[in-house]
Ligand binder design. Structure first.
Ligand code: TNX
Length: 529
């Protein structure tokens, strides 16, 4: 194949310079250099493959998982192309092959993708790699592939070769459905957005002072009463366990693990409203619809509280196929430190008894946590280091870089600013390993970018805060550290704007990015707390 390697910084600059002004008829070969998160290696040739109504999808025989990725592909590409992309034989004239096998070194999520004039071949040791190959293929096609209705377009891809695999196994985002509630359809949309950028973890913040969002059959008033409220006095809401399972299954098909988070022992006003016996004074507190934190605590020494925690975690574990339960643990400002430590120790036993591994915000590092516990860093390097010294694995959610509820700049209507303003360069130009020098590279599990929703009440608003920062963070999590460079990324993101628009994302048009498409949206007005 006559190819041009587009890896290595020098050649990326050449690609970027060639691009100016060609957004209407992009050269398909340049698509290889445009993929976000950046590919580990890619070379494009001069040939062309065009997807047509007679293209068939060939999945590895005997693999239900590969067949499911094939169905996902057909559904994802079917809307804009109008093609059925049905299963078909290898001998067909135009094929997309999804083959299990190939280089074991690619790992659980890596893949090789080859485009010839006859078709596309994605080869991966595991089905997740096939899925990520499909996500890359999406971005090799014109942006119109993202539109929900049939397009008049030629679906042409340049011939080429890609080898790609992630840096981190844990690439996540968190959605706070407690401060404002987001229904099942919104969460599915959120999941689809994560999948498009090869993220694989969705942390759902299911309870807080302002609302309890998951049905717990043994404590029904949690949702009957605790689910009624939201920040600013909005309507609240909750998921039944059946709805929650539906979310988990939707995520599973997209290789995303859902991690349920119940915030304990602070952030519990909604639970106290429902069950005042969990409160030390036994009184029913007023429902809380403000945005302060550190205002509530379970009465950790009461036996009924441990019964409550055991029931909640048992029911949660039963609807959680993944190995992790997140127990919050942050900002327990009105819990006595010695009660807090004893409480976290007890909660850990309960989680362990359900066969799950406990995750908590970095504050749990002050308790006697098991080796292998996951500690989520958000503001204190010292706590992260303490956690690591106890054998915990550290998840990086450093608030000055990845808090998606921070404003982009002082003019941003939505969001808060206690951790600073976070424009795209701040979300991009940091590294999980050098962020806390005292941590060893092998102690860092990956990244989770949280979207707290005190100031966010619709998906449109959420997407404005998510994008383009989430695309930048996905690259920090996926792409090799030495392949990342801000100027090159800013050019690539500038060309990616048309694709985000086609995806229906009303993203923030950061002045730091040379956008190549015409603006088609403005900042959403704030719902306000
Ligand atoms: C701090 S980050 C919190 C959340 C708030 C967020 C707002 C963390 C572990 N706790 O309760 O929603 O700030 O930015």
């Amino acid at each position: 194949m006559s190819g041009r390697w587009v890896v290595g910084r020098g050649s990326w600059v050449v690609v970027a310079l060639t691009l100016a002004g060609c957004e209407h008829h992009p050269d398909p070969a340049l698509a290889y250099a445009g993929v976000i998160p950046r590919l580990v290696s890619a070379a494009s040739g001069t040939g062309r493959f065009t997807l047509t109504g007679s293209t068939v999808v060939v999945a590895s025989p005997g693999s239900e998982a590969a067949a499911d990725v094939a169905r996902y592909l057909a559904a994802t590409f079917g809307a804009a192309t109008g093609f059925a992309l049905p299963p078909g034989p290898d001998s067909a004239a135009s094929t997309i092959v999804l083959a299990l096998g190939g280089a074991p070194a690619l790992g659980n999520e890596g893949y090789d993708l080859t485009v010839t004039e006859r078709g596309v071949r994605i080869e991966a040791p595991a089905a997740a790699g096939l899925f990520y190959g499909v996500q890359t293929l999406r971005q090799l096609l014109p942006p119109a592939i993202e539109r929900p209705e049939r397009q008049r377009a030629r679906w042409t891809i340049a011939t080429g070769v890609i080898r790609d695999y992630p840096r981190y196994a844990w690439r996540g985002a968190m959605l706070d459905v407690s401060r404002h509630f987001f229904g099942v359809a919104d969460v599915k949309r959120f999941i689809d957005l994560l999948a498009a950028y090869k993220l694989n973890v969705l942390q759902l913040h299911l309870s807080d002072d302002q609302g309890w969002r998951i049905e717990i059959a043994s404590w029904p008033r949690l949702t009957e009463l605790g689910g009624l409220t939201a920040v600013g006095g909005g309507p609240g809401g909750f998921y039944t366990q059946a709805q929650y399972r539906e979310i988990v299954e939707y995520a599973r098909r997209r290789y995303i693990t859902v991690i349920p988070e119940i915030d304990l022992p602070g952030h519990t006003n909604a639970a106290l409203v429902a069950y005042p016996e969990l409160n030390c004074n036994g009184k029913v507190p007023a429902p809380y619809t403000g945005i302060e934190t550190g205002i509530s605590s379970l009465c950790t020494r009461r036996p009924v509280v441990m019964q409550f925690v055991a029931d909640v975690i048992r029911e949660l574990a039963a609807i959680t196929p993944g190995p992790f339960i997140h127990i919050g643990g942050d900002e327990a400002d009105v819990t006595l430190p010695r009660d807090y430590v004893a409480f976290i120790d007890s909660v850990q036993r309960i989680v362990r008894a359900q066969g799950k591994t406990m995750i908590g915000w970095e504050e749990i590092a002050s308790a006697p946590i098991d080796p292998g516990t996951v500690v989520q860093h958000w503001r204190s390097a010292d706590l992260a280091v303490t956690g690591a010294s106890k054998g915990a694995h550290i998840l990086m959610s450093p608030s000055p870089h990845v808090y998606l509820d921070m404003k982009y700049d002082s003019a941003t209507v939505l969001g808060q600013n206690w951790a600073g303003y976070i424009d795209v360069d701040t979300a991009y130009a940091w590294d999980p390993v050098t962020r806390i020098p005292a941590l060893g590279a092998d102690q860092v599990l990956g990244i989770v970018a949280p979207l707290w929703t005190e100031t966010v009440s619709t998906m449109k608003e959420a997407e404005y805060l998510l994008f383009p920062r989430l695309a930048a963070i996905a690259e920090v999590a996926w792409s090799p550290a030495d392949a990342r460079e801000w100027n090159e990324f800013s050019e690539r993101l500038g060309r990616h704007g048309a694709r985000m628009s086609a995806m229906g994302i009303g993203f923030y048009r950061s002045p730091r990015i040379p956008w190549r498409d015409a603006p088609s949206h403005t900042q959403p007005a704030s719902a306000g707390p």
